[in-house]
Write a protein that binds this ligand. Structure first.
Ligand code: ADP
Ligand code: MG
Length: 729
């Protein structure tokens, strides 16, 4: 009898175990059982051959129509060509070898049905259409029905089709799974019985049987439901434990003060807070007053006004005698935050200086590019506590940075930071833990929020501040060259009105290395994406008389800062940039954004980018320039972005178009993937139910003492670094 941890070698013998290890990276009985079929076919159903694409690794069910051997002209070799069909299309199978040495023709006579696996290649003979072929495919004859089997039963039989690999004979997986299933010795079902019946779930053994050898589609459905549940549940249990552990940690409470820097700041605000800002502000204020650390995710679309919310939280902590750190993903953004925070605070940021207001504090900026003197000063201000607010990039995480009393860490634009980095900051606090506020402008679909960010409470800033202007977005397509020509006139008109313009390209160009996660090329050859260095000379011609600045990630931080300053000060009419301006850059006077090769960017990225315009009272205009043809996937994406400014809608679309692995982080895509059946796109209800059950169970039994089976499952998930995806969002 074999349990899930049993090495396959012991059950299947050395040879097969080695083949499975080499071909599919499967080592244990559990690994094999979790290697689920990719799809299922009826015996009576043939795979549609016309849809197969060049280079694709496929397993198809087809019927032999023609068998023909011929000698090769030059070599002493011999090739056996077998044609199979699905009734409409054809596929050619080629077997090379010496005549008589290799005899697939024995098995594959006309009329035989079989499974054929291999990599599709194509060629076009001098006369005629493209021929698809498999060279030396793996094959397995699907036996003719025996006399006693009813025709219907035979045709209905479900045949699991496993992901194929070159090195494995086609039937190896099936027979290995048979063997393993008959010898399988499962411990008691780890899932509590009450839960199973409550959620209508079948037992684990039945589920393994059902997914590998389903006797009916219903049985298969039940098996999938159970196994999917397990995937969702284990993740949710890990998250629930994390939440619980975090909630048990001590933190210094920083309740709102009556009178103090926050009150002073509120009194000076040049605008009314939106209802959302007030509500979220209250939630955060209450969290900060607790004796356990806050772990909150603040979502708000671009321009929703997250910075003020964060600043007010930071001031509450300053009132409570502590310090706050604001972590930005880029140097440009850190500098901008520093500028806007000191700007908003005014004399409240001038503690110890002439003109400093009562309750004033100091704001320090700590980035990697500071000069020695400025750095020393900032470090000193952080360590002495003189700076109530420290703004910085990951330089803040270095060991040499010490705080007198760090009470709150604000992480802006979470998607560029991992949890490890947040943890590094938390460790800067002796004894207790700081409160943590994570802000993101990339709207996160609920399923992702519940999974990837499942250890955080969430707040959403739903509405944009009043007076925020519309952004109109238009696609500038290849079939309308006049639109393209018009762009430059439009830019000049804006500049004449004193407005400013961004022009964004996917690459720097003429330099090594690229930045921006421009979407990878689809099929076929495409020119490389436009770089700003290639575009610059043409722009200078087209926009003669305008001042053009260049901003990209490879510039020295001082230069970047200088360019941003000049743009903010309206000394520049046009800022030609890469995606470094994607997050957070805030210049209300900028009204137009032109995105070149827009199809090279992802949906969420485009949404982020265009959020840079229309920030003031002026209407924004975003032009998506593309060479993508009408009807193409890329054009659909761009049309979607142009059709709505609803970030949540777009993020769902983005999720649909990306693979799970991209969403959950690299670890998830590899072998260690623990999500096989569960998808974030379609299984929101499963995830929600699992979260509910897991939370209740963990609250009831934090160490899973009464659920040893679950504890074991969880431990194996966690120690095989499969928890990685919880960390690396
Ligand atoms: P984001 O959520 O994208 O970080 P910001 O915090 O940068 O947005 O805010 C965008 C702009 O809106 C800033 O110029 C900010 O001063 C302004 N703003 C924030 N809250 C309000 C409000 N309640 N009323 C008017 N303007 C606001
Ligand atoms: Mg922001």
């Amino acid at each position: 009898m074999a349990n899930l941890d049993e090495p396959l070698r012991k059950v299947l013998g050395d040879k097969t175990a080695k083949a499975l290890e080499k071909g599919l990276d499967l080592h244990t009985v559990g690994d094999l059982l979790h290697h689920y079929p990719r799809r299922y076919a009826h015996r009576g159903e043939l795979t549609q051959l016309s849809g197969l694409e060049d280079g694709e690794h496929v397993t198809v069910m087809a019927e032999v129509v023609k068998v023909q051997g011929r000698s090769l002209t030059r070599n002493p070799g011999y090739v056996l060509e077998i044609t199979v069909t699905d009734g409409t299309g054809e596929l050619k199978l080629s077997f090379f070898g010496r005549k008589g040495s290799y005899r697939p023709e024995k098995d594959l006579s006309p009329g035989t049905r079989g499974l054929f696996a291999g990599k599709i290649s194509t060629y076009r003979p001098r006369s005629g259409n493209v021929v698809r072929q498999l060279t030396h495919p793996q094959y397995k004859v699907v036996h003719e029905r025996s006399a006693e089997q009813a025709a219907q039963e035979w045709a209905d039989e479900i045949i699991p089709i496993y992901p194929s690999t070159k090195s494995l004979p086609i039937e190896t997986i099936g027979t290995s799974i048979e063997t393993v299933l008959t010898q399988l010795d499962l411990p008691a079902d780890p899932m509590p019985e009450g839960l199973l019946s409550r959620r209508g779930l079948i037992g684990l053994r039945e589920a393994y049987e059902g997914i590998h050898r389903p006797k009916s589609w219903d049985e298969l459905g039940r098996a999938k439901k159970r196994l999917k549940w397990d995937e969702a549940f284990v993740v949710q249990m890990a998250l629930a434990q994390r939440r619980l552990a975090a909630a048990a940690l001590p933190a210094k409470p920083r309740p709102p003060a009556f009178g103090g820097i926050q009150a002073e700041f509120d009194a000076r605000l040049p605008f009314e807070l939106t209802e959302g800002q007030r509500e979220v502000g209250d939630e955060i204020a209450a969290d900060l007053a607790k004796e356990h650390p806050m772990h909150r995710l603040l979502q708000g679309d671009v321009g929703a006004g997250k910075t003020v919310v964060a600043l007010r939280a930071m001031l509450q902590v300053v009132d409570g005698g502590g310090q706050a750190a604001l972590l930005a993903p880029t140097e440009v953004l850190a500098q901008q935050h520093y500028r806007s925070i000191t700007g908003m605070l005014g004399d409240l940021a001038l503690a110890g200086q002439i003109g400093g207001a009562e309750y004033a504090t100091r704001v320090a900026l700590l980035t990697g590019s500071l000069g020695a003197k400025a750095r020393k000063e900032a470090l000193l201000d952080a360590a002495s506590g003189a700076a109530g607010i420290v703004v910085g990039t990951h330089a803040l995480l270095q060991e040499s940075v010490q705080f007198a009393d760090l009470g709150l860490v604000v992480v802006d634009e979470q998607h560029r930071f991992g949890v490890e980095q947040r943890d590094a900051l938390r460790e800067k606090v002796g004894g207790g833990r700081p409160h943590v506020l994570v802000m993101t402008a990339t709207p996160i679909p609920r399923t992702v929020a519940m999974t990837v960010f499942g250890d955080l409470e969430t707040s959403v800033l739903g509405q944009l501040p009043a007076g925020r202007s519309e952004i109109q977005t238009h696609v500038v397509p290849p079939e309308k060259p006049a639109f393209f020509a018009r762009i430059w006139e439009r830019i000049k008109e804006e500049a004449a009105k004193g407005r400013q313009v961004y022009i964004v390209c996917p690459r720097i160009g003429e330099q090594e290395g690229d930045e921006g996660d421009a979407v990878a090329a689809e099929e076929g050859e495409r020119r490389s994406p436009l770089g700003i260095m290639e575009v610059l000379p043409k722009l200078e011609e087209l926009l003669d008389g305008l001042n053009i600045g260049v901003l990209h990630g490879k510039l020295h931080p001082d230069e970047k800062d200088a360019v941003m300053r000049r743009f903010t000060a309206k000394e520049l009419d046009v800022l030609l940039a890469t995606t470094v301006i994607e997050v957070g850059v805030d210049v209300p006077n900028a009204t137009v954004m032109v995105i070149m090769d827009a199809d090279r960017f992802g949906v969420s990225q485009l949404h982020q980018l265009r959020g840079r315009v229309g920030r003031g009272s002026l209407h924004g205009l975003c032009l998506l320039v593309t060479e993508a043809e009408p009807g193409s996937k890329a054009r659909e994406r761009l049309d979607a972005v142009a059709s709505t400014t609803d970030g949540f809608k777009l993020s769902r679309l983005d999720l649909e178009q990306r693979r799970e692995g991209d969403v959950l982080g690299a670890a998830q895509a590899g072998r260690a993937s623990s999500l096989r059946l569960l998808t974030l796109q379609r299984d929101e209800d499963v995830i929600r139910d699992a979260r509910e059950e897991a939370t209740a169970l963990v609250e009831d039994d934090p160490d899973l003492a009464a659920h040893p089976g679950l504890a074991t499952v969880l431990a194996s998930l966690l120690d095989e670094d499969r928890a990685d995806f919880l960390e690396k969002a």
